[in-house]
Write a protein of this length. Structure first.
Ligand code: SF4
Length: 269
C-alpha cells in the first residue's frame, strides 16, 4: 500500500517493478482509500455544524491533541485516514494477505499499531534499505514483473500529500465556502491554532485541514531528501496530470461499490 507521496521520491512505474521484485504480490496506491476518507468527511461536515472540525489523517497531530489538548479529541473528524481506509479495502478484497503500508511518515507506525488492518508500516527510508539489502536496482526492465498498480486506484486524490490536498479533493462546494476552511502546516503554526480554540470553535472556521510537517507529507521525516521540496511538489502534480490523462481507463479505478459494507468511522480517545 503505497502512500501517494511516493512519486516525490521514486520514479513511476519503476517503483512498482521494484516492489514486485522485492516480493510484494499486490501493489496498490492509497489514493482510493483517500477517496473513501473524503466521502465520509463530506457526510460529517455536511451534517454537523456544532464545532470546528479538525482533519485527522496526521498521526502526529492526533498524538499532540491526545497529549496536550484532550478536550479537542471530539473535534477530530472521526474517520479513518487514507491508510486506515485502504487497509479496510485491502482486507476485504485480498483476504489472507499481509498489509504493508509504505509512506513518508514515522508516526504512521504508531497509527498502524492501533488498527487491525495494517500489519506493518514502513517509511520510504526503510524501503530504501530493503532495496539495498536485496539488490533491487532503481530501474528494472525484466518483464516478468508487472509495472502497473493493482486495483484499486483513484486519480484526483493523488495531490493528497500536499498541504491542503485533503480539502482540495473534498469537493466541498455544496456544503462549505472557501473561507470556512483553514489550511495550515508546520508544528509551530498548529500549536498556535490549537491554543486558540474557544468552546469547540476556532474563530469562524468550520474545518481545519492541517498537517504537522512543513509542506505536508511530501516533507515527512521518513523520506530520503533527494529532491528539494519545490521539486517534490512538482513531481506530485505532474504524476496526477499523467495519470488522469493516460491511466483513467485501465479498469482499475476504485468504485464506491468496492467499499460496500465497510465502516470507515474511527474513534479518537
Ligand atoms: S504531515 Fe508529516 S507527520 Fe503528519 S502524516 Fe504527513 S508525514 Fe506524517
Amino acid at each position: 500500500m503505497l502512500a501517494p507521496s511516493f512519486i516525490s521520491v521514486y520514479d513511476y512505474p519503476d517503483i512498482v517493478y521494484r516492489l514486485r521484485a522485492l516480493g510484494f504480490d499486490k501493489v496498490v496506491e492509497v489514493t482510493f482509500g483517500a477517496k473513501m476518507t473524503n466521502l465520509n468527511y463530506y457526510q460529517i461536515l455536511k451534517e454537523n455544524n456544532d464545532r470546528t472540525w479538525i482533519s485527522s489523517p496526521c498521526p502526529t497531530l492526533v498524538n499532540v491533541i491526545r497529549g496536550k489538548y484532550p478536550h479537542l479529541l471530539r473535534n477530530l473528524v472521526p474517520v479513518h485516514s487514507p491508510m486506515g481506509s485502504m487497509g479496510l479495502i485491502c482486507r476485504k478484497h485480498f483476504p489472507g494477505y499481509v498489509n504493508v503500508f509504505v509512506g513518508p511518515c514515522l508516526t504512521k507506525k504508531m497509527e498502524a499499531q492501533e488498527l487491525d488492518t495494517i500489519d506493518e508500516a514502513l517509511t520510504f527510508r526503510d524501503l530504501d534499505e530493503l532495496f539495498v539489502k536485496y539488490n533491487i536496482p532503481e530501474e528494472i526492465t525484466d518483464t516478468k514483473h508487472i509495472a502497473t498498480f493493482d486495483k484499486f486506484y483513484n486519480d484526483y486524490t493523488k495531490i493528497y500529500p500536499l498541504s491542503g490536498g485533503l480539502s482540495d479533493t473534498l469537493q466541498y462546494q455544496h456544503i462549505l465556502k472557501k473561507k470556512d476552511i483553514l489550511v495550515m502546516e508546520g508544528m509551530g503554526n498548529i500549536i498556535k491554532i490549537l491554543d486558540g480554540f474557544k468552546d469547540g470553535y476556532y474563530k469562524n472556521y468550520k474545518f481545519l485541514d492541517i498537517l504537522t510537517c512543513e509542506g505536508g507529507c511530501i516533507n515527512g521525516p521518513g523520506i530520503n531528501y533527494q529532491y528539494p521540496v519545490k521539486e517534490r511538489i512538482k513531481r506530485v502534480r505532474k504524476y496526477k496530470e499523467y495519470a488522469s490523462r493516460y491511466e483513467k481507463d485501465l479498469g482499475r479505478t476504485g468504485k464506491k461499490a468496492d467499499a460496500d459494507g465497510l465502516d470507515f468511522s474511527r474513534r479518537f480517545e
